[in-house]
Write a protein that binds this ligand. Structure first.
Ligand SMILES: Cc1cc2nc3c(=O)[nH]c(=O)nc-3n(C[C@H](O)[C@H](O)[C@H](O)COP(=O)(O)OP(=O)(O)OC[C@H]3O[C@@H](n4cnc5c(N)ncnc54)[C@H](O)[C@@H]3O)c2cc1C
Length: 465
């Protein structure tokens, strides 16, 4: 590319333009998953919406592959691309809370730590995930589930509006009133439809929660899984709890006797008084007293950042996921067979409940087509050492292959690696896929935004022809 064009782009930006020869390039191209190493031609660290518009026009004029980067956490590293242009939003990271309407406007470069910090001061929170370093952008556009899902729904269920720069560089607002079709598509359709520059959310009263993990010996995993599968379906919506296979980290608050032990656990979040939480969990404590528990009242941001230290950026990650409608006895047995063989300290399997408030929305109301599923299951091989990449990948694949026949078909789009194939994306969107493809053909007919779990615009033509 002619250097003259790059100089022209630089002159248009308030933010920074980073090229491979620049000092900041190596740092800027890194994403959270160190298994991913891509080398873009240009990285635009946008300072504002005008920068995003300039970057989109530049990408179009020079027919560049373009990726959109929010928090850089995507499993498949979809925030970064080889030889193309990265639209990096991390500098657009303001949060404005309106306590009178309990609404929150967030710039698309925010992490959930930025959000939680800002909303907590007002006794509010927006439902998100379980790790505070994750980006608001990617998590929201894929759906978003975490500690508040059962009470307040998925993150997309709390999205009121979004500012979007489309593939032709035009700026639109998407909400229930303005451009409702685009608003439908972005609530689960990922980064297929444009660059979202800000999000407007409905927040909810969340201040101190009673939360934390309870752990049991692996020998009790069958009892705990079977108890949990029944309990969580009927539990009050203020209570969230996800199941995990994990290895106990070697440090506080865990007792030394449990360090490095493979165990199973339930990680709770109750948005209410401690006495009620204890009443709800009394049957479980009586049934199988936990080997260890760290369940206590804490500020919500403390829960949100509880696992950040265990999972810093720069580890190797390999993910395999599915939606699950039923946790049958044979599935429980297979879970234990594979879950008890966690290959490394950081590897884990989580079953996130996606019932409760998330079930109040219909399958066709947003692209998230599995409102009738009970869990979102994710198997993640994780380790700091690249030499273990094959080991963690092999374990996660074998585990997934054993359990996939018991799944509902598709998977949470944000828990997929790159290149899982169109069939997996179709299975995930189910009956909503054709509508998404039609909207993709309308908003991005040339598939300019294709570094994502891609919905190809041609899929709409194929279906109608
Ligand atoms: C440690 C860890 C824990 C996680 N826990 C949870 C969890 O509890 N719940 C949950 O729901 N998910 C969770 N996730 C998955 C997470 O939702 C996805 O990884 C998500 O893609 C991260 O968003 P990001 O902005 O950080 O990603 P990025 O890598 O920056 O972006 C990913 C993709 O999202 C799209 N995108 C991002 N921002 C924009 C934007 N502003 N406009 C248009 N497109 C955009 C683009 O297609 C981009 O390629 C977790 C991920 C990790 C690594």
């Amino acid at each position: 590319m002619d250097q003259e064009f790059i100089v022209q782009l630089k002159a248009q930006l308030r933010g920074e333009l980073i090229e491979p020869t620049d000092a900041g390039y190596e740092e800027a191209r890194k994403v959270y998953n160190a298994m991913i190493s891509r080398k873009p031609r240009l990285i635009v660290k946008c300072a504002d919406v005008a920068d995003v518009i300039a970057a989109v026009h530049f990408g179009q004029q020079h027919s560049l592959k373009v990726s959109i980067r929010g928090g850089g956490h995507n499993a498949g590293g979809l925030g970064v691309c080889d030889d193309g242009l990265v639209i990096d939003l991390s500098r657009i990271n303001y949060v404005h809370v309106d306590p009178s309407t309990k609404t929150v406007r967030a710039g698309s470069g925010c992490t959930w730590a930025d959000m939680d910090h800002a909303t907590h001061a007002f006794g509010l929170a927006v439902p998100s995930g379980i790790i505070s370093t994750t980006g608001v952008g990617g998590l929201t556009l894929g759906g978003g589930m975490g500690h508040l899902t059962r009470q307040y729904g998925l993150t997309i269920d709390n999205l009121l509006a979004a500012d979007v720069v489309l593939a032709d560089g035009s700026f639109v607002v998407a909400s229930a009133k303005e451009d409702p079709e685009l608003f439908w598509a972005i609530r689960g359709g990922g980064g297929n439809f444009g660059v979202v520059t800000s999000f407007l959310f409905q927040a909810h009263p969340v201040q101190t929660v009673c939360a934390g993990p309870m752990l049991w010996e692996m020998e009790q995993a069958e009892d705990i899984m079977k108890w949990y599968r029944q309990f969580i379906v009927g539990a009050p919506q203020e209570l969230n709890g996800f199941f995990a296979f994990l290895t106990v980290p070697p440090g506080p608050p865990f007792p030394e006797a449990l360090h490095f032990k493979k165990m199973c656990g339930l990680i709770w979040c109750y948005n209410g008084p401690q006495e009620t939480a204890n009443d709800l969990l009394k049957p479980l404590r009586n049934f199988r007293p936990p080997a260890f528990e760290f369940f206590a009242p804490m500020p919500f941001p403390m829960l949100q950042s509880m696992f950040d230290g265990l999972y810093p950026p720069g580890l190797q990650w390999y993910w395999k996921a599915d939606f699950v409608k039923e946790l049958s006895d044979p599935a429980v047995a297979l879970h234990i067979a594979h879950g008890s063989q966690l290959p490394t300290l950081h590897s884990t399997m989580h079953l996130y409940p996606i019932n409760g408030a998330a079930h109040r929305v219909g399958n066709a109301d947003t692209p998230w087509a599995y409102r009738d599923a009970l869990w979102s299951q994710v198997i993640v091989g994780v380790d700091p050492d690249p030499a273990n990449a094959e080991r963690i990948t092999g374990w996660a694949r074998n585990y997934w292959e054993a359990l996939h026949p018991f799944s509902a078909g598709g998977a949470y789009i944000n828990f997929m690696m790159e290149g899982e194939g169109e069939d997996r994306i179709r299975a995930t969107y189910g009956d909503n896929y054709q509508r998404l493809a039609r909207l993709k053909a309308k908003y991005d007919p040339a598939n300019f935004f294709r570094v994502n779990q891609n919905i190809h615009p041609d899929a709409a033509a194929k279906a109608s022809g």
